[in-house]
Design a protein around this ligand. Sequence first.
Ligand code: FAD
Length: 283
Amino acid sequence: MFKDMFENNSSLSFEVFPPKKDDEFANCYKVLDSLSTLKPDFISVTYGAGGSRSKKTVEIASYIQNTLKIDAMAHMTCVGSTSEDILAVTGDLTSVGVNHVLALRGDKPRDMSDEQFENRIFPHATDLIQFLNQNTSLDISASCYPEKHPEAISIDSDIAFMKMKQDMGAKMFISQLFFNNADFYRFVERAEKANITVPIVAGIMPITSAKQIGSTVTLAGSSVPKQLADICAKYSESPEDMRSAGIEYAINQILDLRKCGMGHIHIYCMNKPKMTAEICNSI
Ligand code: FAD
């Protein structure tokens, strides 16, 4: 996977999440079947920050890798984990042939006290990466934040930790969602100046309902440009028009990124194959 990505400076990948309820798995597999027809380079699967549903991530990643024969990347967070927890998950992943993880710290889970958070065993994703390197042979990628991580002192300090992740063996970065490509271009330039040489994949989240801006986007800490805020205000009472305008916004972001030589695109597709197909068919 990495070799091809380096050589072509171009890739298309999707992020999916495991279903919350066990009886939703059949539908999730249908979603994945549809997404597979779009021939992504890889599909990544999210992970609950506390890790309690890690087996669901493994199950979905296994379906992608073994049934659909598409490279799967399993997200993995360490905020609430012990070394034993992490080894149990990596063992599960390896046993089903999923060899690529997105190593993350994760946010503080709701049921974790401030004291537990302060005293967590793996303080940062860098600690997880180091542990994975020492104890597994998994391929490792990591996250990055074009508008800086909300807790970071500055973009430069965030980029310094990115460099640490690269030096520890991270082979690729996937970015937090952003809506203003100029933020991403500035960020990539700064990262390159700091000797980040591995692919930086642009994370694109299509906004198909006005309320998404208030939930997902606020959580991610990404800023909303006036053009997108205006779209949400204009179509707040018209869901179909909002959906079309949000998809068009994402398509334009991707086309501009590719025009500017940023060839690696990761679509936060929110388990919506129809929307994802509409985007892919237009790019
Ligand atoms: P870190 O890299 O640890 O960074 C967190 C903060 O600490 C930053 O401010 C950073 O600058 C700083 N920092 C980093 N390293 C060090 C260090 N060694 N010493 C001191 N400070 C340091 N969450 C989930 O729960 N499940 C998911 O599946 C998931 N998938 C994601 C996918 C992507 C592409 C992205 C961008 C985020 C994802 N998240 C997910 C959210 C992520 O867990 C949160 O953003 C979390 O707050 C930070 O995780 P991180 O790995 O970036 O943390």
